[in-house]
Design a protein around this ligand. Structure first.
Ligand code: FRU
Length: 543
């Protein structure tokens, strides 16, 4: 039982601490034990984390033969960013992961930065056969030596191929496939097959723009166009672009979505991912006038307003009947990722999300829906019938369910001009607050008292805020808690906020407090999530 395990870690940490104090000194073994127990105390139950060391962006994600492949920016020798490799993990359900040996190592062209992978079914690259189509990874080589010399040519694009469905890789002998044209930040190729044009299209980060390239064989690329000047936020470098078509809900219209991660420049500081809706004709991305008009009136379009969802891109070769896209992001922020209080491993991915597109009166909006098969968890369910909030309510009394592994769906009716705050708390006095200010039409997360926060000023100096797009008197909120993260989906995922936190002990109670007494009606469904299988299988590349 997770509850017992957490309790065990808490008690053992306490015992180690007490015994160290009673000796009058802390020896190294005791210190080591303490650090190890702390480690597991913070490791999520059902989000992907590397077994050891540093991870950032998801890379090369594809779906084939019922298996999801996730590669990731990985530094195998340290818990902070360094010479990048591609780590590798697979899953059949996006919850249970098996970590595999490192997929791509640095080479003479440089270390391996972010990129994508495609299944080359028609063997257009000639690097496999029609019977055994190759998987092609397209990534950035980052030449650190060249960078040190001060020039701008240190990032180039290269490819590698796998003939065993993504488990082992060979680099293409004529790399790089795209030379650097003199742009310092020139990276993160994301490739897809454009059926109507019978060609591969690449989106690439180039300074504060996205560039588009085309190819028939994934080896020779030609420049098409660029997008970015005058649109969206430009407070930082544009990274990890992704372009894909989505069907507008309730119609047959197809619109193209361009995701662009930016660092810094996020709505609440640091890194975040913005999006643009428009059309793509195989050469040029043009923003839809309706979307453009709303952008001009200063609306921000972010896939997540929380501080911890970055560099998210979609899976290749995965499509549902709605033409929706499956997104996974890195659940951290460059402002403090290297300082978070875990040491054996650093950072996790978000839960997978299906992206859908809605047309509103004024614009188009992405909607994120959790794409998790909840049957993978045995869950204890609590139902709360409709009741008035008055001065505030306790939703989960001390440990009634395990709040380190839980999901809640809450409905509020008859909102009043006050602030509704969900409060998670524990016996150490830590609290995590999130909710909705109906007067200002603003969602928020406040982790300033959530436990360990002093490792970085940027972690909690401000509340994170997100605008609500509607003036409705009802609100639906769904959130998932996994030890050190909360992912909140307001208004059926039209506004999302994802943040991490590090409480001194697990949160035990959950309440809802209105700022002023309120007649708002509350009802909820809560689930304690107990993963049915082992979440992580043993790593196979132990050194
Ligand atoms: C985004 C990013 C990418 C780059 C990678 C390096 O987080 O900066 O642009 O390829 O991380 O690890």
């Amino acid at each position: 039982m997770k509850t017992n395990r957490d309790f065990f870690f808490f008690v053992s940490t306490l015992l180690i601490f007490i015994s160290a104090c009673s000796n009058g000194k802390t020896n190294n073994t005791d210190k080591m034990k303490k650090v190890l127990t702390e480690e597991e105390k913070y490791r999520p139950n059902f989000h992907f984390t590397p077994q050891k060391n540093w991870m950032n962006d998801p890379n090369g994600m594809f779906f084939l033969n019922e298996v999801f492949h996730l590669y990731f920016q990985y530094h195998p020798d340290s818990n902070v960013w360094g010479p990048m490799h591609w780590g590798h993990a697979t899953s059949e359900d996006l919850i249970n992961w098996t970590e595999h040996p490192i997929a791509l190592y640095p080479d003479k062209l440089g270390t391996i930065f972010s990129g994508s992978a495609v299944v080359d079914f028609e063997n257009t690259s000639g690097l496999g056969t029609l019977e055994n189509p190759p998987i092609i990874a397209i990534y950035t080589n980052h030449d650190t030596e060249e960078e040190k010399k001060g020039g701008a040519l240190f990032q180039t694009q290269s490819i590698a191929y796998s003939l065993d469905k993504g488990y082992s890789w060979d680099k293409y002998e004529n790399n790089p496939v795209i030379e650097n044209p003199g742009i310092r930040d020139f990276r993160d190729p994301k490739v897809f097959w454009m059926e109507s044009q019978q060609k591969w299209i690449m989106t690439l980060a180039a300074g504060q723009e996205t560039q588009f390239y085309a190819s028939f064989d994934l080896k020779k690329w030609s420049y098409l166009s660029n997008f970015g000047k005058g649109f969206g936020n430009h407070d930082g470098v544009w990274e990890c672009p992704d372009l894909f078509p989505l069907k507008v809900n309730g119609s047959d219209t197809i619109k193209w979505v361009l995701l662009v991660s930016i660092n810094p420049g996020g709505p609440n500081g640091g890194s975040a991912t913005q999006y643009f809706i428009g059309d793509f004709d195989g050469t040029r991305f043009t923003i839809d006038t309706k979307f453009k008009t709303e952008l001009e009136t200063n609306h921000s379009f972010w896939i997540d307003f929380g501080k911890d969802n970055y560099a998210g891109v979609t899976f290749s070769n995965f499509e549902t009947d709605k033409k929706s896209a499956l997104l996974l992001g890195w659940m951290s922020n460059w402002e403090y990722a290297k300082k978070v209080p875990t040491f054996n491993w650093r950072s996790s991915m978000t839960l997978p999300r299906i992206l859908e597109l809605n047309e509103t009166e004024s614009s188009y909006r992405l909607q994120s829906k959790l794409s998790v098969n909840w049957d993978l968890f045995s869950s204890k369910k609590i139902l709360t019938k409709e009741r008035s909030i008055e001065e505030g309510i306790t939703i989960v009394a001390a440990n009634a369910i395990n709040l380190s592994s839980a999901r809640a769906k809450v409905k509020l009716k008859n909102l009043e001009p006050t602030t509704y705050t969900f409060v998670l708390s524990n016996h150490s006095g830590d609290s995590l607050l999130f909710g909705y200010n109906h007067k200002e039409r603003q969602f928020f997360i406040d982790r300033s008292k959530s436990g360990k926060v002093s490792f970085s000023d940027d972690f909690s100096k401000n509340q994170s805020l997100a605008p609500r797009f509607y003036d409705k008197k009802e609100l639906e909120v769904e959130f998932v808690l996994d030890k050190t993260s909360v992912e909140v989906f307001f208004d059926d995922g039209e506004t999302v906020m994802t943040e991490i936190f590090f409480p001194d002990q697990p949160f035990q109670t959950l309440g809802l407090l209105p700022k002023t007494s309120s007649k708002t009606i509350f009802s909820a469904e809560l689930f304690e999530l107990e993963p049915k299988k082992n979440i992580f299988k043993a790593i196979e590349n132990e050194d």
